[in-house]
Ligand binder design. Structure first.
Ligand code: FES
Ligand code: FES
Length: 161
């Protein structure tokens, strides 16, 4: 079957077979390197995408359900200033994630700050829960997200002033 879908702003016609997961079709048809089909159970966060604006695990979505939707992957946001804010906050707080969860963390923080410009600790912990991370300091991460929010709001304010 052919799935018509917009991916990172480009209209695509993706080939899929019955039972295919969305993550597999996106990888196979478009070679998107930010996506990994790892746990396939919605736990590791390595397959996170935005689908019609909502962050979802693409390993849990049957490919046919994406028909007509608008998908954004990490590649679609990577150059946005909001992502630069997050990267800068990681650097300044010395919480740069390892390659295991780097992309997934950026996706979840990007999502959180788009919805909640000034998140409190509960908001941050809940958002980061999507990405299990055995090797980072949770307190440092909370500081990083707060700093990313500050940088983002400052940039926005300066532009709009
Ligand atoms: S592959 Fe692990 S959450 Fe989707
Ligand atoms: S920083 Fe290594 S798994 Fe998150």
């Amino acid at each position: 079957m052919i799935i018509d879908v917009s991916v990172n702003g480009i209209q695509r016609h993706l080939k899929s077979r019955n039972g295919d997961r969305l993550v597999d079709v996106l990888k196979k048809e478009l070679g998107l390197s930010s996506l990994t089909a790892d746990c396939l159970q919605g736990r590791c966060g390595k397959c996170l995408i935005f689908m019609d604006g909502r962050i979802v695990h693409s390993c849990l979505i049957p490919a046919f359900k994406a028909r007509g939707s608008s998908i954004v992957t990490f590649e679609g946001i990577a150059k946005k200033p909001e992502v630069m804010d997050i990267e800068k906050a990681f650097q300044l707080t010395q919480t740069q994630p390892c390659s295991f969860c780097h992309t997934a963390k950026i996706m979840t923080i990007f999502d959180l700050l788009s919805r909640v410009p000034l998140p409190n600790e509960d908001d941050i912990v809940e958002a980061l829960d999507m990405v299990p991370c055995p090797c980072s300091d949770p307190i440092g991460l909370i500081q990083a997200v707060k700093l990313a929010a500050e940088l983002r709001n400052k940039r926005k304010f300066n532009r709009e002033a």
